[in-house]
Design a protein around this ligand. Structure first.
Ligand SMILES: [Zn+2]
Length: 126
């Protein structure tokens, strides 16, 4: 399932999250596709990516200074990441390596609240 609303780096991030959720759901909920609750969580993640104030220059969620998840989905997603993170490399080497490289990049300056996330925040002049 690809996202209909996300583009570029955000779409890649969504694919990474989805791949991790599949690994997690298969093991924990014995579902070959995503079970209902995992699908709901993935939908939540998609909305959050779409509304991320950083837009396409967003850091990895792990390093992000903005805590946009509510406590419950945050705990669920954390469990998914902890389980699926180390299991991503073999089935999804390219997504994994991209994510690891991304993780090492510096976190961009926090965007101003009024900015649209469709504008590139990293390219503004000083
Ligand atoms: Zn599930």
């Amino acid at each position: 399932m690809a996202s209909d609303i996300l583009k570029g780096a955000l779409a890649t991030e969504f694919r990474t999250v989805e791949a991790m959720m599949r690994i997690y759901c298969k093991k924990h909920h014995s579902s070959e596709t995503l079970c209902e609750s995992c699908q709901a969580l993935l939908g939540y993640a998609e909305t959050k990516l779409d509304r991320c104030p950083y837009g396409e220059s967003k850091p990895t969620c792990n390093k992000c200074p903005i805590h946009c998840y509510k406590p419950e989905p945050k705990a669920q997603m954390k469990a998914v990441m902890v389980y699926a993170g180390p299991r991503m490399l073999l089935p999804h080497p390219i997504l994994s390596i991209r994510h690891l490289l991304h993780e090492r990049k510096e976190v961009p300056r926090k965007p101003e609240a009024w900015q649209s996330n469709k504008k590139p925040v990293s390219e503004e002049a000083d």
